[in-house]
Design a protein around this ligand. Structure first.
Ligand code: PFF
Length: 450
């Protein structure tokens, strides 16, 4: 159901569950299914997960609440929201829109790879048990000139078609179908992996912390992962919050969304790591884990082909519910601020983002020798600018803005629906947004640049 706000003609979520599923859909993405298992694998397993939890509570919940409150209060896109409250701060929203624009351009390239792997798994092309052969297959595919670009276009087109449907009819409806399916698939996969002979070693690796493994590197990786995984720091939750009615319970949403995100990340870890252990592979295999190691694991598993198909469809759904949120951040800005119609805006932006993504795809092969920042090609340069600069900067400025400029009293008034809702964690939240958030982010920011 699409509800229009009579006063502002702004579309709203059809239901509370719809909003939660869409926001959780934005959060749950390649970050959970592709990145979390290998980052956890690389950073000591349980030790990383423990630190991740602590940071999630300290920073994740705090910023999630701040972004949603800012969006719902202003009922505007990321730039408009800051501008409405303090003209000079509009640039922070601008950083967010730029980040979403850039992130989507290479996120969609990876989304394209996933579509190709869905097809490969369906046609039996992944039925190979030798990781070396699979590694070459993956390497040759991404280095190809045209094929990955065609898949990048298909992924962008799917994203565009959902966003064209609008907030209620497109994003909310798609999330309501894909998110429950995703939950179902990942639970099945995790149960399968955990019950494999030897799989329990993987569970231990993921859940039992070895405190000696906790160091600054692990903490930094966990903080970066929390940000990326929760879609924070680029105005995504501001935009989604702006389609909320005044009667929603923001504190509750700010707890449920990170919980869903973490549950999926953990389930992804449980689906991937025990299987990797059971078949004697390396948990620290890195970014190739789901494209190279996992197909090798599936090919040795009873009914493995079926699980491979399920897995890649799951990754595709997760990537799409995130990519639509990234496109929506940009679309909302142009529609709100420039007064363009939604259809024209969506096509134009999707076309531009696709074009910007093409060099990222080419940099995996034909343009591998073109270096932009240091020895980084296009793909790595985009990723570096977004992950190391725009996201932490956006998050830091968000903390300062809500904690000190807009002010925690105004934010709390919004969060408690003018004092009518109870907000038990109020004192803690104020402390976290004013002090802990900015300091923690600053430390990571400075460290990531050195
Ligand atoms: N949270 C998404 C993931 O984990 O894959 C990525 C993302 C989506 C980041 C949307 C930021 C964003 F605004």
């Amino acid at each position: 159901m699409i509800v229009k706000d009579v006063n502002q003609e702004r579309e709203q979520w059809g239901s509370k569950v719809g909003f939660i599923l869409a926001a959780a859909g934005s959060a749950v993405g390649l970050g959970n299914l592709w990145k979390f298992p290998y980052v956890a694998g690389k950073n000591g397993g349980g030790a990383f997960v423990l630190v991740y939890f602590i940071i999630l509570f300290l920073v994740g919940f705090t910023l999630m609440l701040a972004e949603i409150a800012l969006g719902r209060h202003t009922q505007l896109n990321a730039i408009g929201a800051y501008r409405k409250l303090r003209e000079k701060w509009a640039f922070v929203g601008g950083l967010g829109v730029l980040a979403a624009f850039m992130l989507l351009s290479f996120y969609s390239v990876v989304g394209g790879w996933v579509i190709n792997y869905v097809i490969k798994s369906v046609t039996g092309g992944l039925n190979v048990s030798d990781p070396e052969v699979l590694g070459n297959m993956f390497g040759e595919f991404v280095a190809n000139r045209w094929t990955p670009i065609i898949y990048h276009a298909i992924f962008m087109l799917l994203t565009l078609l959902i966003v064209l449907g609008g907030v209620g009819g497109g994003i909310e409806k798609a999330s309501k179908i894909m998110m429950p399916a995703l939950f179902g698939f990942i639970i099945l996969l995790a149960v399968r992996a955990v019950t494999l002979p030897g799989g329990i070693e993987g569970v231990k690796y993921l859940l039992v912390p070895d405190f000696s493994k906790i160091n600054m590197e692990v903490i930094l990786s966990a903080l970066g992962q929390v940000f990326f995984s929760l879609s924070l720091g680029m105005g995504c939750m501001i935009t989604y919050g702006s389609y909320l009615g005044k009667d929603t319970n923001i504190p509750e949403s700010a707890v449920i969304i990170p919980l869903c995100d973490t549950a999926i990340a953990l389930l992804a870890g449980l689906a991937v790591l025990p299987a990797v252990f059971a078949f004697g592979f390396e948990p620290a295999a890195g970014p190739g884990l789901i494209f190279v190691t996992l197909p090798a694991v599936f090919s040795q598993m009873p009914l493995g082909n079926l699980f491979a198909i399920m897995f890649f469809i799951l990754v595709l759904f997760a990537a799409l519910t995130s990519s639509i949120s990234l496109l929506e951040v940009c679309v909302a800005y142009v529609v709100d601020e420039w007064g363009w119609n939604r259809k024209l805006t969506t096509w134009t932006l999707a076309g531009l983002i696709f074009a910007i993504g093409v060099p990222a795809s080419l940099s995996m092969g034909p343009w591998a020798d073109i270096h932009l920042l240091g020895d980084r090609g296009f793909f790595d340069t985009y990723d570096y600018i977004v992950s190391n600069w725009l996201l932490p900067l956006g998050g830091l400025l968000l903390c300062i803005f809500v904690g000190w400029i807009w002010g925690t009293d105004a934010a709390i008034k919004e969060v408690t629906n003018n004092g009518t809702l109870e907000f038990k964690l109020r004192g803690l939240w104020v402390f976290l947004i004013k002090y802990v958030g900015p300091v923690a982010i600053l430390v990571v920011f400075v460290r990531s640049l050195t």
